[in-house]
Design a protein around this ligand. Sequence first.
Ligand code: UDP
Length: 264
Amino acid sequence: MNLRLKRRRLYEGKAKVLFEGPEPGTLVQYFKDDATAGNGAKKGTITGKGVLNNRISEYLMTKLGEIGVPTHFMRRLNMREQLIRKVEIIPIEVVIRNIVAGSLSKRLGIAEGTVLPRSIVEFYYKKDELGDPMVSDEHITAFGWAHPHELEEIMSLALRINDYLSGLFLGIGLKLVDFKLEFGRIWDEEGNMRIILADEISPDNCRLWDVRTNEKMDKDRFRRDLGKVEEAYQEVAKRLGILQEFPTPDIVPGSSSDTGGKAS
Ligand code: UDP
């Protein structure tokens, strides 16, 4: 049991909790095992998911940082927590699609698995009460959720991230079917604003299909009751080369320190 002083809890989402960070401008992001689908209609737990997503997101954000994509990730603190930069979240979910699946398939009646002639970027307004409705760039700029130049930057980052991650996953035998990103604003000392990648990148918000068998290796296994949910998350981590034999996580949410629960 970790007995360190607990940090102040700032926000609890469906899969993560945010705590105040050790220095100004930082937060601690704690990854839960909780899983929801259909805007909270289906609830459950995926054992070990938080530990794996913490590690997977760390890995992917670090890789993206290495190719010059600015992200909120600073460092992993322990098995379930990472230190991140505090951003002003832009209330838009950015979905990038390479292959038809999920809501796109339902909405337009196009068979799942149809390869898109080019990558498609969609925007959804982050508003749980409304079920995150799809919006266009016109709504986003007209309602002031983001300025046109910010949206341009978001689109360009999203496509770069898609190109990079598609290649990375293909290298480990997975197709990046679609995924969701969130971005935020930060300001430097001179008051200049920058858009950076926030949230997480993990099988919770990516669709990943095995190249050979098309087997789903992501949260659709939970959403669609396909079974072997934990195993799918583990397999993604294993193929990324980051799966360790983790001991049972015993981290008190928000009690992080740099020495707590070594996972690597
Ligand atoms: N997605 C997400 N959070 C959401 C909705 C979607 O992370 O609230 C991800 C989802 O995992 C998938 C992609 O965005 O990789 C596209 O999801 P879609 O619009 O097809 O919705 P779904 O079928 O998941 O309801």
